[in-house]
Design a protein around this ligand. Structure first.
Ligand SMILES: [Zn+2]
Length: 198
């Protein structure tokens, strides 16, 4: 059993061992603190969407710690934390996210929790699910094209989110409402999560 002074949230230790091989360095994405949200939302390269309890993250941040989020589907993992900053004369936090890769393990002393999450599936017009998410596009690379559909039609279908099925699948207004705050190439029009700016 590996012990580096971390609390592990789920009993999937083999995933943790895999993670040790994958820990890596700063991705450098910076975003401003968000308030009054229940979930932090992360869009994984494997097409899954991860929802992490904001409170868990906030607790870590106020204690000057970080949390490590690990995708059970693809092993992608990233560290979330925040630096205290002054902003317009008020103290606040600038959140950062850095992803971990290969065998590099940076300083883990700040990591407070590890959250293993399979993530939610994003349903596609192919009838299948997204298997990748790159450049604001979810794509289903796995479902086979039926013979009666042209390649051109299929290409469109495999890159189009089936919003109704996705909403039914995730089936949590709080998650969906947070998820729809991001520009991800998902068309929320006509749903109750549609944003005025979209
Ligand atoms: Zn993933």
């Amino acid at each position: 059993m590996v012990s580096i002074g971390l609390r592990i949230f789920v009993n999937e230790i083999e995933c943790y061992n895999k993670l040790i091989k994958k820990i890596h360095k700063l991705r450098g994405d910076l975003k401003m603190e968000k308030v009054n949200i229940k979930y932090e939302v992360y869009f994984c390269i494997c097409g899954r969407v991860h929802f992490v309890d904001s409170e868990k993250l906030n607790d870590a941040i106020v204690n000057e710690k970080e949390i490590l989020i690990v995708c059970n589907n693809c092993g992608n993992s990233f560290v979330e934390g925040a630096d205290k900053e002054e902003y317009n004369g008020e103290e606040g936090y600038m959140m950062y996210s850095r992803s971990m890769r290969d065998t590099e393990i940076n300083d883990t002393s700040k990591i407070d929790n590890i959250v293993f999450t399979p993530g939610e599936k994003v349903r596609m017009m192919t009838g299948g699910e997204a298997t990748s998410y790159v450049g604001n596009t979810f794509i289903d690379w796995e479902t086979k094209k039926p013979d009666n559909i042209t390649l051109k039609e299929w290409e469109k279908m495999r890159e189009t989110v089936d919003i109704e099925r996705t909403i039914n699948w995730i089936s949590d207004d709080n998650k969906l409402s947070n998820m729809s705050n991001y520009v991800t190439g998902i068309d929320w029009k006509g749903t109750k999560f549609e944003k005025a700016w979209s």
